[in-house]
Design a protein around this ligand. Sequence first.
Ligand code: ADP
Length: 497
Amino acid sequence: MTTITLETPVTGKYEQPVGLFINNEFIKGKKGQEFEVINPTNEKVICKVHEALEEDVDIAVAAARKAFASGSEYRTMSTARRGKLLLDLADLFEKNIDTLAAIESLDNGKSITMAKGDVGACIGCLRYYGGWADKIHGKVITTAEGTFAYTKREAVGVCGQIIPWNFPLLMWAWKIGPAIACGCTVVLKTAEQTPLSGLYAAKLCKEAGFPPGVVNVISGFGKTAGAAIANHMDIDKVAFTGSTLVGRSILKASASSNLKKVTLELGGKSPNIVFEDADIDEAISWVNFGIFYNHGQCCCAGSRIYVQESIYDEFVKKFKERAQKNVVGDPFHKDTFQGPQVSQLQYDRIMDYIKIGKDEGATIETGGERHGDVGYFIQPTIFSNVNHDMKIMQEEIFGPVCAIAKFKDIDDVLNIGNDSTYGLAAAVHTKNLNTAIKVSDGLKAGTVWVNQYNMLHWSLPFGGFRQSGIGRELGKAALENYTQIKTVSINMKGALF
Ligand code: ADP
């Protein structure tokens, strides 16, 4: 079976595709293998999905290549029509918002309110890129009389896209939107922990009228299906979101296969800086959201919190009170802010970091323990008395755990804030415009928020400095990932000699 009936508290019974979505059909893998999908809230098996192995990746790539061939329905479609595919897909996301959000809560464990927010952001993103499809063009460049030269932005071709489990549907939309706007075809691999929403969204692609082979969505593991994409000789570009470790292996695979273009959106250890002149209650609300949103499972999570020394004690006291009010529990309950971590593995990694923090001598202000008896729940955890060189201040934990330290002045906080191998995001809280601009200028990060946190938007480029990535997603910037420039230069003045 490639479609099964599942049930959620929001949707009641619904039809969930579980096959590999290739050529607009849900099919079984060649070897017939399946793997289990676990509900992180109760640790029980939700269902099994079909697993893509290397030979299935080959089949999906062949489908994407055929759809990309010149003369195909997709390649001969007007750019406006291609944009309309994304707009229609966005409409279908809107129509199915409750189901999509419920699948996300079931499979990932994020609260239904946050999941709906994710689907809303998917809709915005798909519409934004739908609008771009007929606005991507080159330039006429004058060099000398008698020469006519112009550039075109041509689609890169068949794109492999590998996405993580923390925002399964949003990462799907961030990847598919710009790829289709630019006229590429796609083989997208979801994360093995969270394959369900991506498959449901694939079904909606067919309903929106995408020609077969344009979007292929496969479930599978990183070491097999993911590596097969990264090493494939007939994939022109890979877009990856995930850990820095795997990002490195993707770049190596490109280098040792066909030098496919690579964009990487990787980890972070982002500083969130609070100056003494900030509105302390507002700042605490953003700092709380900065680290505990999505259970801390955000590449841009504000996990290093720096507070100016004169307000440090008051800040720690109030922040602790605020964090203790975060409702942790059943993702389907309307008041829940924080659900379970995505898997046993992630739960164990985070609890290990909490132990390391204690052993290193940091103080737990709140949290530090499992929440409840069942499910991968961890209490929101705040460490104080943290030294800059402690592991919990240096390494990405990817959970509801943060470290707070004091700073003296702008120079001091820029020094410690920038002392990291990462550079994805940062934030500064202050009422002083000069401070905001000076600190934003000085921070080595792809995004700096002022008096807010985690406020991503589809029209704003997002990506990392340093080891947080290569390239930018979202905004007009993402179009560069999926097009390549062709220069055409025409001689209009006859022979050279
Ligand atoms: P995390 O540690 O948060 O699970 P990963 O970077 O391991 O993050 O995973 C992100 C995505 O990368 C997932 O879709 C995963 O299957 C995939 N992946 C993992 N290892 C590899 C690999 N060696 N090659 C390609 N993709 C991989």
